[in-house]
Design a protein around this ligand. Structure first.
Ligand code: BTN
Length: 258
């Protein structure tokens, strides 16, 4: 069934909505056509895009493919934390609709019980302070598609104790996102770190990833003020890595590092 966009609009009157049955990508559409406050929704995307140039599988109706065009009056000081703050906003909204046992896998994948539930792609066109925030959440993804995702994945219909409408989920996400974005220019770092710790699923986990031709294995100990992942390596040093450079995963072998 299609989305009742009017119901969402009623709850979020500050935004203009553009809703498609099919589109290449809601992010691409807003990059070309979006004004501040616009929201683009589509039932399917044939060129859905993920982070690091990945494809975002968007084959069937019933999921959430949403992009918001947001304009900051000035370039945010903590720009590199934006994706993490968006992740926090989504995690909170999902908790408000009754989801439990979920969190954020750095930098901003939404996870439920070690399976990916959703992702965030933030893009800009110029230096104007206008950003496109793309959110993909599996809500009703058939198992044949889940298998194609290329990593352990799940849908909200599996994760939620009772079924909740997409209209309600989208409304909660957009309202909470707006709340966080309105405060982003004056982000209180102490408060941000407290929220991050609450949702961070990698804290104190052993992770591994490739960086500059070598495999790094270490324990996640913190993120820094730029949102980089702080990893304690066997050498005893904490090194910091940007999400542009690495794709991190939980390390398979337990106790690889003490
Ligand atoms: C990721 O985890 O790699 C990020 C995925 C982001 C997917 C969403 S779906 C809506 C918006 N439109 C896109 O083409 N991508 C984002």
């Amino acid at each position: 069934m299609g989305l009742d966009v009017e119901a969402i609009k009623k709850a979020v009157p500050s935004c203009s909505f553009y809703y498609f049955d099919q589109i290449d990508s809601t992010n691409s559409w807003l990059l070309d056509n979006g004004s501040c406050g616009d929201i683009c929704l589509s039932e399917t995307q044939n060129k859905g895009r993920g982070r690091r140039g990945n494809h975002w599988l968007s084959p069937n109706t019933g999921n959430i493919y949403l992009s918001l065009c947001w304009c900051f009056n000035e370039i945010p000081k903590h720009w590199t934390l934006l994706g993490l703050v968006v992740g926090i906003a989504i995690a909170e909204a999902l908790a408000d609709i009754g989801l439990e046992n979920h969190g954020i896998k750095w930098p901003n994948d939404i996870f439920w019980k070690q399976k990916k539930l959703g992702g965030i792609l933030i893009e800009t066109k110029d230096q104007s302070g206008k950003v496109i925030i793309g959110i993909g959440i599996n809500k009703m993804m058939p198992s044949e598609y889940i298998k194609k995702i290329g990593q352990a994945a799940t849908s909200l219909d599996e994760a939620l104790p009772t079924s909740i409408s997409r209209e309600k989920i989208i409304t909660e996400i957009v309202l909470n996102l707006q709340k966080h974005l309105q405060k982003f220019l004056t982000l209180n770092l102490d408060h941000f770190f407290i929220l991050w710790q609450k949702w961070d699923v990698l804290f104190e986990e052993i992770v591994s990833f490739h960086y500059q031709g070598r495999e790094i294995i270490g324990k996640v100990v913190e993120i820094d003020q730029q949102g980089r992942l702080g990893v304690l390596e066997n050498s005893g040093r904490i090194n910091y890595f940007s999400s542009i450079d690495i794709k991190v995963r939980r390390h398979e072998v337990a106790n690889a590092i003490s």
